[in-house]
Design a protein around this ligand. Structure first.
Ligand code: FES
Length: 134
């Protein structure tokens, strides 16, 4: 099981967190004979964020409870709204995820402007959760 990283203990505690479910399958996929699409998405996102500064910390997670609509990620940050996004194809939507995570990080409350969000993200946001009161 993947360990959850304590945001308060991290030297990058101001960074947005991009949680990636590494056990997700694509919608309708049942085969077990290859690497899980969620793991492929994690690899691609890690490559895209490599050397991109400290603003987004990518964190692998085993299941975000959106298993029937994978692949799944969640974007969160201290004092910000959290978004759960599904129906992600690692070969098609990794750039959209990175773009959304950067918009989320850039907004004080983690509320990217609707029209600036990638279309696939707009159409496949499973939930958004308000920040905890401090
Ligand atoms: S396996 Fe990815 S959300 Fe459950």
């Amino acid at each position: 099981m993947t360990e959850f990283i304590d945001a308060g203990a991290s030297p990058r505690s101001c960074a947005s967190k991009l949680f990636v479910c590494i056990t997700c399958r694509l919608i309708g996929e049942t085969t077990e004979d290859q690497e899980r699409p969620g793991a492929r998405l994690m690899t691609t996102l890690s490559q895209l964020l490599e050397g991109g500064g400290q603003e987004i910390e990518i964190v692998p997670i085993e299941c975000l409870s959106n298993c029937t609509r994978g692949c799944t990620v969640a974007v969160s940050g201290p004092g910000k709204w959290t978004y759960v996004i599904g129906a992600l194809d690692p070969e098609q939507h990794a750039d959209d995820v990175v773009r959304f995570a950067r918009l989320h990080h850039a907004h004080d409350e983690g509320l990217p402007v609707w029209r600036e969000r990638p279309v696939h993200i707009r159409k496949n946001t499973i939930a958004r959760v308000p920040p905890l009161a401090t």
